[in-house]
Write a protein that binds this ligand. Sequence first.
Ligand code: DUC
Ligand code: ZN
Ligand code: ZN
Length: 472
Amino acid sequence: MKTLIRGGTVVNATGRTPADVLVDGETIAAVLAPGSTLLGFDVAAHVDRVVDATGKYVVPGGVDAHTHMELPFGGTNASDTFETGTRAAAWGGTTTIVDFAVQRAGERVQDGLAAWHEKAAGNCAVDYSFHQIIGGVDADSLAAMDSLVEEGITSFKLFMAYPGVFYSDDAQILRAMQKAADLGLLTMMHAENGPAIDVLVSQLLAQGKTDPYYHGVARAWQMEEEATHRAIMLAHLTGSPLYVVHVSAKQAVEQLAAARDRGQNVFGETCPQYLYLSLEEHLGAPGFDGAKYVCSTPLRSRAEGHQDHMWQGLRTNDLQMVSTDHCPFCMKGQKELGLGDFSKIPNGIGSVEHRMDLMYQGVVTGEITLERWVEVTSTTPARMFGMYGRKGVIAPGADADVVVYDPAGHTSIGLGKTHHMNMDHSAWEGFEIDGHVDLVLSRGRVLVDDDGYHGTPGHGRFVKRDLTQYLV
Ligand code: DUC
Ligand code: ZN
Ligand code: ZN
């Protein structure tokens, strides 16, 4: 099957150019000058399908490097399966996800990884890979890290939060980072001071402060700044590169920036919720509505300027990329577990479907450039997590994961409009986007076009990843 995407503007992280894209089978065969003649041949006459992309952007498919499909968490399971979550991703122009396989204390890393392969295999609409959560750092799990690279798992995540669940203390973190430095693995960190947060949680509850809003009070920015600093120091000592997930506090960005200025290989990810949503308007919504917005790290105060600082961090490259931390829970039966006790609300927001649109809105409002949009949503995640060349770029030889994006189109986000995630609400209800995902190809196959959805479970393949291709 040969497809020619003609008349559009190809946008890579490095620049934009009017060009036609020839897809042959699963890969991009050529990026051609407009008109697509090659040695006098009219290429359009020799393909199976021509897509008219006049007036539109032709960009690499989105890479969402932080999702939690089916995660058992907070006494329930994240409501998107790999099937429903990757279908929603495809609708929104994301053609690769990197999810988190889980090992807990007392379990074998190999078993956790095998369980995630089992959940995902045969069910995904788009390509997928895994990071490895190590929730119990001990001699066995440290030894098991040796085989991760050959499994194509080149990054692992530790938690400084959630004592009794995923938490690692400083001694465990130090040991795991030493191992990571030896193996070349990228250490990902959930940087919040969990034990201190738990003290504040019980004090707030004892004072009768049980509403979702207090989730944000307990998980104060000082908890994020302190943990980020500690993670940076431990990484510096061990030589492990460090990637801090879901950064939401401006003080944490400042810690990352200072370390990067010293030349340390330290990176930061933020998420759409930390760019758009706030403690006051969303976590503090009337009644129990704030539960929709309970995630960790929490939404921050707009009055304190965290959201503006996240956009700035993306512009200055103190933050390198935007993932979703997609971890959806329904209000009914799930978020409701925390009625009367905010600490029992399962943590997570669902966004995998809307990341490309939400970030494109940053282009419309002038927060980031068109090229930076592609960079933070596709190219850098691909480079950071060892997939670049295959993913993250429109270039000959790359997988034909291609999105045709219409800047003159419009997307109204919300239930009954664009919502395909397995959730009974949307944290993004009512968001209006000046732009539209018109066409989505995954390895040359049409997943979404004007006629709707054409994907199937099982089209998505596991991507074995190389070591990180990113340096400060
Ligand atoms: N934060 C969330 O909001 N959900 C899942 C885990 C996490 O760290
Ligand atoms: Zn986390
Ligand atoms: Zn997460």
